[in-house]
Design a protein around this ligand. Structure first.
Ligand code: F6P
Length: 535
């Protein structure tokens, strides 16, 4: 029986934590001239420097022991081979199959899923090429110039983040918009700038039942029909869907040929590699979308084949476990020094927090240790003028991942030089601080604050694919060691159910609710009535 917190390596790490608390990261470098060489790793065009961590050789060895004694190896093999590891929904977890570039079959319930995946990619290729080449025409015979993705969570964050990070590759005559929030201002602002004759809407929803997405999709449909007076048949030229729920998409009015299906064994936050990536293929082109898949595939092979002590996702995961479970970190900061990656922290929030924000283990027992951290972040150098003060002089222990690309456009060389040197300076300052002769005062920073530095040669589809897969597997490794189910999200169901209930009960005083909710419901009801009277 796997019992993490009573394992020998866990106990060893608890002892080491007490000892480490008083150690200085900078002293590790003084003691080992090869620390940087030893604690840095390259894979393709990615370079990871993890030497600025509060991790001695002994701690690193014990963390590897923890991984060896965990279900990691078995769970990793199960995931890649399509076993049922999403036990609460009796499903496999196969986002890795979506980017499987080998000829190897992948069986789910005895059936090879690769032919369906290949067929899905062919459909994505044909459609995205047709739209990008101006051969897919709207109901008045004009080409598509604007694409609007309507989706939320994994049906928004992944494609949105990838399109933003690869704008360099965007089709020059097309614009891309992402509507997610149920707040009417979100869709109103987006539609204001669009011409219905040249706009393509993608209704992107795995279940085709998410309240926000359906409300936005119906508002977009109403806008299109009111603006154009077009027929339902015309609508089919301007609305496509990405879903596992073909029947619901057809009921909405989507032409069956324009429904890009994917499968229940693809988790929402892991779905950008599937047809959910349609806006990516439309934005950067299908060939570049394949580059994205190939970058992720390379990271998959590395994760599967590299020894644990040379395995990038495993190393990032173990460093995080050390800080979360033994040095008391409650959050993980991710700070891309690259404006094109400004949405990467938001993407990671769903990937990490919706996967590992769990407190019950695989056997259904409450865990007695911390699990997923609060992931947050903002681009550098902006963060330096917003929250770095707390990171430098605050009372909290916040590990940081810095991410940057080495290459940029020629005309931005001077800016890029400033960006990169700022990042190096910050990582150095967090580690070394500036306390002289041990006297800390209000002007000094204590230092001894750890960070990882991840460098991409350039922000290419291949490297972005590898970067995303790196963090997917980091989250997987932590979930496996914590023995939790990283692939369901029952915690979000309660809020969804209550939202429907409260919206139905707003008109009547219901004793079902606490005083606060009742009081707030009556305020909202009064305001709504006032608004109705004013209309
Ligand atoms: O947040 C809950 C969730 O189910 C996510 O896991 C998912 O990505 C999002 O809602 C959207 O779901 P759908 O793609 O089915 O609309």
């Amino acid at each position: 029986m796997y019992n993490l917190s009573s394992s020998v390596s866990w106990k060893k790490l608890e002892q080491l934590a007490d000892q480490t608390r008083h150690e200085q990261i900078s002293d590790y470098f003084s003691a080992d001239k090869k620390r940087f060489d030893k604690m840095s790793l390259s894979l393709g065009e990615l370079f990871l420097d993890y030497s600025k961590n509060k991790i001695s050789d002994e701690v690193f060895a014990s963390l590897l022991q923890l991984a060896e004694h965990s279900p990691l190896r078995q769970r990793r093999a199960q995931m890649f081979s399509g076993d049922i590891i999403k036990v609460t929904e009796k499903r496999p977890v196969l986002h890795t199959a979506l980017r499987n570039r080998s000829e190897e079959p992948l069986l789910v319930n005895g059936q090879d899923v690769m032919p369906d995946i290949q067929a899905g990619l062919k459909k994505l290729e044909a459609f995205s090429n047709k739209v990008r080449d101006g051969k897919w025409l709207g109901y008045t015979g004009k080409r598509i110039r604007s694409v609007v993705n309507i989706g939320i969570g994994g049906s928004d964050l992944g494609p949105n983040m990838v399109c933003r990070s690869l704008l360099h590759y965007k089709h020059p005559e097309m614009s891309f918009h992402f509507i997610s929030n149920v707040d009417g201002q979100h869709i109103k602002k987006a539609l204001k700038s669009l011409d219905p004759e040249t706009t393509l809407f993608i209704v992107s929803t795995k279940t085709f039942s998410t309240q926000e997405t359906l409300l936005n999709a119906n508002s977009a449909k109403r806008w299109f029909l009111e603006k154009t007076g077009a027929s339902a048949a015309d609508l089919g030229l301007h609305f496509v869907a990405v879903s596992t729920n073909k029947a619901a998409a057809m009921e909405f009015g989507i032409n069956p040929d324009c429904i890009f299906e994917f499968w229940a064994w693809v988790g929402g936050r892991y779905s950008l590699w599937s047809s959910i990536g349609l806006p990516i293929a439309l934005c950067i082109g299908y060939d570049q979308f394949v580059e994205l898949l190939e970058g992720a595939y390379e990271m998959d092979r590395h994760f599967l084949e590299a020894p644990l002590d040379q395995n990038m996702p495993v190393i990032l995961a173990l460093i995080g476990i050390w800080y979360i479970n033994f040095l008391g970190a409650e959050t993980q900061a991710v700070i891309p020094y690259d404006q094109a990656l400004h949405q990467f922290p938001a993407f990671l929030q769903q990937l990490d927090m919706e996967s590992n924000g769990k407190s019950v283990d695989m056997e259904g027992q409450p865990v007695d240790y911390a699990t997923g951290p609060i992931v947050w972040g903002q681009t550098g150098s902006n963060g330096q003028h917003a929250f770095f003060q707390l990171l430098h002089q605050g009372t909290r222990f916040v590990p940081i991942d810095f991410i940057a690309s080495l290459q940029t456009d020629e005309e931005a060389e001077q800016h890029h030089f400033a960006l990169l040197t700022n990042m190096l300076a910050q990582a150095n300052a967090f580690m070394n601080g500036d306390i002289t002769d041990g006297q800390q005062d209000y002007t000094s920073s204590p230092g001894n604050r750890p960070s990882n530095i991840l460098l991409l040669d350039r922000l290419s589809p291949r490297n972005v694919g590898a970067l995303i897969a790196l963090y997917e597997h980091k989250v997987f490794v932590q979930g496996a060691i914590w023995n939790i189910n990283s692939f369901d999200q029952w915690g979000v169901q309660l809020g969804k159910r209550l939202a429907t209930e409260i919206s139905r009960n707003i008109e009547r005083k219901s004793a079902d609710y606490d005083q606060s909710t009742q009081g707030l419901m009556s305020i909202v009801k009064k305001h709504l009535n006032k608004t109705k009277k004013a209309q």
